[in-house]
Design a protein around this ligand. Structure first.
Ligand code: NI
Ligand code: MN
Length: 230
């Protein structure tokens, strides 16, 4: 799978011939000012919760690409009112087979109001299974024991986890989350974008390494390729 980082919590993951874009917040992220959102190609946009720093560019990029937005019921109702044409609403505990593989919505411990204050349902994480590998995108979340359920039932090749602290779990809790989900390869998200979540990146990588795990921090705009573990 090919992973491109667009800053904050936004990644494009190319898997099974489709591009899945997660939590687009690019135009108003000063760290992502060199990214032209009109050049981003995707087939699906997955939105973990309603906060501005996860949904801001979703309607625009969906329109550009005629992409389908996948999110919870309340967020999809809100997006439809913004004119988003193609949607698939889900909720925690459910899964659906798409043309690239399976999406299961899992619990996230956070909040989820929309940018205008509308109720945004519950925040979610996504577990993606495909022929090219499995990954877990946790969204904004605290460390929660529910992550053990994921690790007990699925082999995860890579996990996208927040490491910025303050609004979500930080590095130390993300390392514990790795043990719960039984995955030692992590792509970090939700760090450096705002003053309260600026982190020491070298220290973070060292802490993961000392725990026998790998923390991958992708420069904004760069793409990496990860292979399925056998
Ligand atoms: Ni949030
Ligand atoms: Mn956030």
């Amino acid at each position: 799978m090919k992973i491109t980082f667009y800053g904050h919590s936004c990644f494009a993951v190319e898997i099974a011939g489709k591009v899945l874009l997660f939590d687009p917040f690019i135009k108003h992220n000063p760290l992502s000012s060199h990214i032209d959102i009109d050049k981003i190609k995707c087939d699906y946009i997955l939105v973990s919760h309603g906060h501005q720093d996860h949904i801001a560019d979703a309607p625009h990029i969906a329109h550009n690409n005629n992409a389908t937005i996948i999110s919870n019921y309340e967020i999809i109702q809100w997006l439809k009112k913004q004119g988003v044409a193609k949607t698939h609403d889900m909720n925690i505990g459910g899964h659906w087979m798409f043309d690239f593989g399976k999406v299961k919505c899992v619990n996230a411990v956070h909040s989820s109001s929309m940018p205008d204050g509308t109720y945004g349902g519950n925040p979610m994480g996504f577990l993606i299974e495909s022929s090219e590998g499995n990954f877990y995108y946790s969204g904004d979340t605290a460390l929660t024991y529910d992550m053990k359920l994921i690790g007990d039932h699925k082999n995860i090749d890579v996990a996208f986890l927040p490491i910025g602290n303050n609004f979500t779990m930080g590095v130390d809790n993300a390392i514990i989350a790795c043990n719960f989900i039984k995955c030692n390869t992590v792509v970090g998200l939700h760090y450096d974008s705002f003053p309260p979540i600026v982190i020491d990146k070298e220290e973070a990588k060292m802490k993961f390494a000392n725990a026998g795990k790998q923390l991958i921090l992708i420069p904004i705009g760069d793409t990496i390729e990860l292979n399925k573990k056998l």
